[in-house]
Design a protein around this ligand. Structure first.
Ligand code: KIV
Length: 273
């Protein structure tokens, strides 16, 4: 088997994320939404698994992340948490679950932690949600922040294009990141921002930055597992590297099964009772 050999089998914690940044070890993250996939991703040695609200797109075919509910996120996250032995398990707080006010955000954060069994939560936004982030941290829940392209705000942005190309937005991203670090977040995701900006802010922060479409200067990387395995065909952004073509592998396997059923080759006597 080719691939990566895990040198340390201890459970990955938020503290280990920060230690990895301190010693210059890059952090690997992928999404997962179900028990079987999460078990494979964890056994391969990934550092962190995100139950992304991208489940809304990838698992059920919505065009945005907005429709997914708290209970649906808990359903996916609890399946992932049951499978994972080593990786840090982070769950997205879905749209609407933390934007109203601090009290409601903290209540929903506690519900997700209690019912999913995950290790930490991720929230999109900076200064606009800082009060709620502080409330969640005060409740003892580790928070990963998410800046740049924040898909829950797609209707405000109107496009999935690269963010923070203009100076004002770049400066806001840098000050938001610092604010979130000072509040106590253990990490921050930078999605679809210029590599030069992500590199500069990553150097300014002591907490690790995890990039997706943010170049090679962040402290770690994350991809959507179905995209990097080549299961999703229509989605081909520049930042995506496909490590397999599972769409073709699965289509071929299913085609062979159909052929064998139609020809009465399956099941044979050894496959029968
Ligand atoms: O929902 C998700 O999959 C994410 C990652 C792309 C960072 O937020």
């Amino acid at each position: 088997m080719s691939g990566y050999l895990v040198s340390d089998n201890r459970k990955v914690t938020t503290h280990r994320f920060i230690e990895m940044k301190e010693r210059g070890e890059k952090i690997s993250m992928l999404t997962s939404y179900d028990f079987t996939t999460a078990g494979i991703v964890d056994s391969a040695g990934i550092d962190g698994i995100l139950i992304g609200d991208s489940a809304s797109n990838v698992m059920v075919g919505n065009s945005t992340t907005l429709p997914i509910t708290i209970d649906q996120m808990i359903y996916h996250a609890s399946a992932v948490a049951r499978a994972v032995k080593r990786a840090l398990v982070v769950c997205d707080m879905p749209f609407g679950s933390y934007q109203v006010d601090r009290k409601e955000g903290v209540k929903n954060a506690i519900k997700i932690m209690k019912e999913s069994g995950c290790d930490a939560l991720k929230l999109e936004g900076g200064v606009e949600i800082i009060d709620t982030v502080k409330g969640i941290l005060d409740a003892g829940i580790p928070v990963m922040a998410h800046l740049g392209l924040t898909p829950q705000s797609i209707n405000k942005f109107g496009t999935y294009a690269v963010r923070a190309k203009e100076e004002a937005e770049a400066e806001k991203l840098a000050s938001d990141a610092l604010l979130l670090q000072e509040a106590g977040c253990f990490s921050v995701v930078f999605e679809k921002v210029p590599a030069s900006l992500a590199t500069k802010v990553s150097k300014e922060l002591t907490i690790p930055t995890i990039g997706i479409g943010a170049g090679n200067g962040t402290d770690g990387q994350i991809l959507v597992v179905d995209d990097m395995l080549g299961m999703t065909k229509g989605f081909s952004p520049k930042f995506l590297r496909r490590y397999a073509d599972l769409n073709t592998v699965m289509t071929d396997a299913i085609g062979n099964y159909i052929r064998d059923v139609k020809s009465s080759d399956f099941p044979n006597s050894e496959e029968s009772y």
